[in-house]
Design a protein around this ligand. Structure first.
Ligand code: AMP
Length: 138
């Protein structure tokens, strides 16, 4: 079954569109965390960051920067968050790759997607070594 975002791409359900090109689409989140909360999607229905070929990743990132610039000029927030969820454990609900642009004002309550933890220098070194060894195989 097509994702809700594919239905938006196909015009089967409405959206508050802010930008569109051949590969990407940007529209307002229906349940905004703040005024102007925008989603940038790639049109092909691919579930996560791990699935995007380089051209699609580049196109989505370009659109994210373009829309973020426009949003900063149009709504004049004090800053913005980029959030991108992969997997249900990370809070992903729609399994069609998308980037959240969330405008922020100093008067907002602080957005804390995680609580800072702690790790010893040797934990950090060991974990980095595990990831770095895998990076070299990618
Ligand atoms: P995520 O948790 O990263 O998968 O985020 C999915 C987002 O899609 C949520 O913030 C929803 O509010 C948003 N969303 C779901 N359906 C629609 C829709 N029809 N139009 C706009 N945004 C939507």
């Amino acid at each position: 079954m097509a994702s809700i975002f594919t239905k938006i791409v196909n015009g089967e359900i409405p959206s508050a569109k802010v930008y569109e090109d051949d590969l990407t689409l940007a529209f307002l989140d229906i349940n905004p965390a703040s005024r102007g909360h925008t989603l940038v999607i790639c049109k092909p229905e691919l579930p996560s960051l791990l699935d995007l070929p380089p051209d699609l990743l580049a196109a989505t990132t370009r659109t994210t920067q373009l829309v973020a610039r426009a949003l900063m000029a149009a709504l004049e927030p004090d800053g913005f968050n980029i959030l991108q969820n992969n997997g249900s454990a990370a809070g992903q609900v729609v399994f069609h790759y998308h980037v959240h642009i969330i405008p922020r004002w100093h008067s907002d309550r602080v957005l804390t997607p995680w609580r800072p933890g702690s790790a010893s220098p040797s934990d950090l070194r060991d974990t980095a070594a595990l990831i770095a060894a895998q990076v070299s195989k990618e």
